[in-house]
Design a protein around this ligand. Structure first.
Ligand SMILES: Nc1ncnc2c1ncn2[C@@H]1O[C@H](COP(=O)(O)OP(=O)(O)OP(=O)(O)O)[C@@H](O)[C@H]1O
Ligand SMILES: [Mg+2]
Length: 258
């Protein structure tokens, strides 16, 4: 079956000439060509309205883009969507779009439950996922009573509980306080998944990325290692971006929580 061809050399993500137009006719992605290696962290930067979220939502078929889009060699097609959704976990920018159950346990257990795991396995995956994000003991808390930062971590746990191969996160550090941001970056730095992360935080991009992709006016205009992309101030300014402030300070911007 085409959906089960998993070549060991297949890129984790491969986009060839991917385009997307919203129903109202607005073109949000134009001819994107991109390949992400297994285990790689690709950070996507670009100004408001560039197409970052549109691109992220195409990776698990939430947006049905045109062109060829493959996850671990499996094409994102209507037929393969259930498999694609198991492979690609998406953490939305707003945790209120992700959490809808009464308790934290229910929210994190939702995915594993739908995957048909038994009660014992579900308990385990919920504990593991909450442990990974540093929220052990939060099971019985009410999701809608948590702080924004806590909700963000719970929504991340709810995705990790399904053990996706690819982790997609839309602006994970937005609205987090500095310590919560460091905590999240340190968690992300230790997760083995292939990651695609959008951010407006140039420091986070610099710290997290194996490669940085710049999306500007629906097009992929630059891609490369952070030391190449995020040090080119004239080009960054041209794209409405800026240098990471940690550059030139000599700080390594430790991501571990202090
Ligand atoms: N549902 C929609 N219908 C029509 N146009 C949309 C829709 N969602 C987004 N757009 C448009 O598509 C373009 C890309 O939007 P997108 O949300 O992908 O940008 P972004 O890079 O994520 O921006 P931001 O940094 O503000 O989150 C924008 O011009 C936006 O107005
Ligand atoms: Mg966005």
């Amino acid at each position: 079956m085409a959906g089960h061809k998993m070549s060991p050399v297949a890129p984790a993500i491969e986009l060839i000439d991917v385009s997307f137009t919203y129903p109202d006719g607005r073109v949000a992605l134009r001819d994107i060509n991109l390949s992400v290696a297994p285990g790689e962290t690709l950070v996507i930067v670009g100004p408001n309205g560039a197409g970052k979220s549109t691109l992220l939502m195409s990776l698990n078929g939430l947006n049905r883009a045109n062109g060829s889009l493959k996850i671990g060699g499996t094409a994102v097609t209507d037929h393969n969507l259930p498999e694609i959704r198991r492979l690609v976990g998406v953490v939305f920018q707003d945790p209120d779009d992700q959490l809808f159950m009464p308790t934290v346990f229910d929210d994190v257990a939702f995915g594993p439950l739908n995957m048909g795991l038994d009660v014992h396995e579900i308990r385990h995956s919920v504990e593991d996922a909450l442990g990974l994000v540093g929220l052990a003991g939060f099971q019985e808390r009410l999701s809608h009573h948590l702080s924004f930062g806590e909700k963000k971590l719970v929504s991340m746990a709810s995705v990790l509980a399904m053990n996706p191969k690819v982790l997609v996160m839309d602006e994970p550090t937005a609205n987090l306080d500095p310590r919560a941001k460091r905590h999240l970056l340190s968690i992300l730095g230790e997760l083995p998944q292939t990651k695609v992360i959008s951010t407006h935080d140039m420091n986070a991009a610099y710290v997290l990325a194996d490669r940085v992709a710049v999306i500007y006016q629906s097009e992929l205009v630059a891609i490369g290692p952070p030391a190449a992309i995020l040090t080119d101030e004239p080009r960054l300014l041209e794209y409405g971006l800026e240098l990471p402030t940690i550059l030139g300070t000599g700080r390594t911007w430790k991501t571990r929580e202090t």
